[in-house]
Write a protein that binds this ligand. Structure first.
Ligand SMILES: C[S@@+](CC[C@H](N)C(=O)[O-])C[C@H]1O[C@@H](n2cnc3c(N)ncnc32)[C@H](O)[C@@H]1O
Length: 263
């Protein structure tokens, strides 16, 4: 084991999130159930908006005739998605685009994946965020298709003291309740085929994994010139989690069917 407690200008903080498989609170077990549910609809096309590492395009393994498209703003994340597709032998069936998904013309598709990436389709700051998000999802999914949406919700209405411990500028309107979120699904022209929420364990895996590589590096490089900024960032993120949204912010995984006759 090596230790580096003095500054080493060639050893920079880690980039990416190597401890995570999904860029979301999502276990392998839940992902397998979701993939099986989506595969049962026999999609020919899958569109992953705000795909990041496009890990859920593993759906193509379960549907060998299907093709997938991933869209994300971050080239670094798409590079990881491309490596993963190659390792799975899917690269011939996956196309990845480094661009915004806002107003995208790359649909419609039989399955639309939007895991924690509603901001890729609509402005979360806008008062009509959810209606706009569901209008976009309706536009992008084929009749008889499926949408997988991962979206945040508040487990209770946060008071002023709780809001002060969340992200800067947090308001009680930043997320709906779970009931209001699913009501918006229905108002947006979908039926909720499956409603589930990330468990405490999935959230802990995600929050810990999000910072694990940085924490390990920081422990070994406490005097590095970049350590102070990283320490401030990690300590701030941890406080927002443990003193702020723990038990307050949930993640819903919603499998949705667009309403309307097929054919
Ligand atoms: C929380 S990550 C989720 C990634 C992926 N869906 C998953 O489940 O692992 C949100 C992603 O949305 C992407 N994103 C944000 N705004 C976007 C936009 N306008 N167009 C495309 N992607 C966007 C981010 O770059 C990021 O990769």
């Amino acid at each position: 084991m090596t230790s580096a407690t003095s500054a080493d200008p060639h050893d920079v903080p880690p980039s990416g999130l190597p401890a995570l498989t999904f860029h979301n609170p999502l276990s392998e077990e839940r992902a397998a159930r979701i993939v099986a549910r989506l595969a049962a609809a026999r999609p020919a096309s899958v569109l992953d908006v705000g795909c990041g590492w496009a890990e859920l395009l593993r759906l193509l393994e379960a549907v060998p005739s299907a093709h997938g498209t991933g869209i994300d703003l971050r080239g670094e994340d798409l590079a990881r998605a491309g490596r993963q597709a190659r390792d799975r032998g899917l690269d011939g069936r996956v196309r990845l685009y480094e661009e915004s998904a806002r107003g995208t013309g790359r649909g419609p598709a039989d399955v639309v994946l939007c895991g924690g990436s509603g901001q890729a389709l609509a402005d979360p700051e806008a008062p009509d965020y959810l209606p706009r998000l569901f209008a976009e999802l309706r536009r992008l999914v084929n009749p008889g298709g499926r949408v997988l949406l991962g979206e945040g919700f508040f487990t209770r209405t946060p008071g002023a003291g709780e809001l002060a411990r969340l992200w800067p500028g947090a308001t009680a309107g930043d997320h709906p309740s779970l009931g209001a979120l699913v009501d918006a699904v229905v108002a947006g022209g979908f039926r909720p085929l499956w409603t589930e929420t990330a468990s405490a364990s999935e959230r802990e895996e995600f929050e810990s994994g999000y910072r694990a590589a940085g924490e390990e590096w920081l422990a070994l490089h406490p005097d590095h010139p970049e350590a102070a900024a990283l320490r401030t960032r990690l300590d701030g993120q941890r406080a927002i989690w443990l003193d702020g949204h723990l038990g307050l912010l949930g993640i819903a995984w919603l499998t949705l069917v667009p309403v309307g006759r097929v054919g």
